[in-house]
Design a protein around this ligand. Sequence first.
Ligand SMILES: Nc1ncnc2c1ncn2[C@@H]1O[C@H](COP(=O)(O)OP(=O)(O)OP(=O)(O)O)[C@@H](O)[C@H]1O
Ligand SMILES: [Mg+2]
Length: 275
Amino acid sequence: MPDSSSPVVLAFDRVSLSFGGETVLREVSFAMRRGESMIVLGAAGSGKTVLLKTALGLLTATSGRIELFGEDVTGLDEQAWYERRSHVGVLFQEGGLFDSLTIEENVAYPMLNQPRLACPEEEVIRRVQESLNFVELGHTLEKFPSELSGGMRRRVGIARAIVTQPDLLLYDSPTAGLDPITANTIIALIIKGRDMRHATTFMVTHRYQDGQLLAGFHHDEATGQLLPVNGQRETGRTHYLVLREGAVVFDGSATELEASRDPYVRRFVRREEGA
Ligand SMILES: Nc1ncnc2c1ncn2[C@@H]1O[C@H](COP(=O)(O)OP(=O)(O)OP(=O)(O)O)[C@@H](O)[C@H]1O
Ligand SMILES: [Mg+2]
């Protein structure tokens, strides 16, 4: 159970970012501690993907300070960022699978490209198989992305994000473009990954229900099912950030989000719609 004494996994302190003359992040501040989940909501173009890429050092902040795993990473060079990224699993918004590689090769990719993760080939194969089994796609090793459905490709993306057993997982719009049932399957996998490995989880989403599931359910190892969280224990571990035109307009719990009177914030809150 994280509290204010748990180590900081990712924190932004007044981070701004501009492209040319256009400011797309405005003094963004937040902190995620080990084992916490953060859900980022915001309209299209509000800066969610830019925020995620800045947390990975793929975009460089114009000002402010970024802390990753307790270390000040502001202004690290590309090589140093590259090493830090080996501790982070990512599902990019656009999926990012390589069309010309098989599913097995796609999932193995992060294992083969980070010197820190170098291990014998049998170990890579075992980890890839394990990750694909985790998303129930262990039978697709030899297939190519084009042979899978959109939901299956998203699951392969999750397998690739978790294959390195990272301490921090970033998911950018994991349910975008999926039907509600497939979307729930994807969130169930994200919850399973969070609960089985206690990974700190950062998720950008358009669907309020995704956040409700992440905050309100846990993975039960005995049955393999998602069960509702009783009491405040798990919900207290999830917080929400709402971005508007690059600025944080809300940072708080699910209960606080639902109580918000801000019309922009309310756009993302759907009460009792079911998950
Ligand atoms: N590489 C870039 N160069 C210039 N502008 C960019 C770049 N990447 C993003 N932007 C701009 O930054 C703003 C935020 O974009 P971002 O992709 O973070 O939005 P988003 O909240 O993820 O939207 P969506 O919900 O559609 O994914 C937009 O105005 C976008 O045009
Ligand atoms: Mg985006």
